[in-house]
Design a protein around this ligand. Structure first.
Ligand SMILES: O=C(O)CCC(=O)C(=O)O
Ligand SMILES: [Fe+2]
Length: 201
């Protein structure tokens, strides 16, 4: 019997590639600790529909000089990628066949921290490039829903998993990381992105 999605012609392949255990346990744990202790984490205030909110997680931004990135009233400026990130960046670049020049980092201190529905479709991101999302630490549910069709997915992302979001993922789908009260351990997520550099740099 055809699945409902096939009967309605919605059986196209999903626009992402999920690489489970892309980093082995030891590497995933050592990157988690290094990032937890070595990154200057911040808790920005964002403006959404004219109201100010403290984001429910900690964040950091790392990018090449000349990259400027704005979302929800928050501005980030690239100051060069740190040398210690390159061994990881080279592996992510090779897995995705991209040349990422920036990374947004999120630290979810426990299951109370979250991220709402959105797509990473800002004008500063190079069109038709992949976004690579590396998970470290606690397993969390990563939810996706199609913008126009009744399609939803939940991926249980574990420490060491690499999720490659293809360009259609931002065009046609939204994603979110909902609160999960039972999760007590921290999780770090890095999203590697190709940013358009400002003119003249
Ligand atoms: O934490 C995650 O898995 C998602 C992060 C995310 O969507 C983002 O940084 O844009
Ligand atoms: Fe995102």
């Amino acid at each position: 019997m055809a699945q409902p999605s096939q009967r309605h012609g919605w059986a196209e392949a999903r626009p992402w590639t999920w690489m489970v255990n892309w980093l082995n346990c030891a590497d995933a744990r050592s990157w988690l600790h290094r990032l937890q202790d070595g990154v200057a984490w911040d808790q920005p205030v964002v403006r959404v529909y004219g109201r100010h909110h403290v984001v429910p997680r900690l964040t950091a931004f790392m990018a090449a000089e000349g990259v400027n990135y704005h979302y929800s009233g928050v501005s980030h400026r690239g100051e060069g990628l740190p040398d210690w990130l390159y061994p990881l960046l080279r592996r992510v670049n090779a897995a995705c066949k991209e040349n990422f020049n920036g990374c947004l980092l999120n630290l979810y201190r426990n299951g109370n921290d979250s991220m709402g529905w959105h797509a990473d479709d800002e004008a500063e991101i190079e069109p038709n490039t992949q976004i690579a999302s590396l998970s470290l630490g606690a397993t969390r549910d990563f939810c996706l829903k199609h913008r126009h069709q009744p399609l939803r997915e939940v991926l249980h992302l574990q420490g060491g998993d690499l999720l490659i979001m293809h360009p259609q993922c931002q065009k046609e789908w939204l994603h979110a990381l909902p609160r999960r009260k039972r999760v007590l351990q921290p999780r770090i997520n890095l999203t590697f992105r190709c940013f358009i550099k400002s003119q003249g740099l």
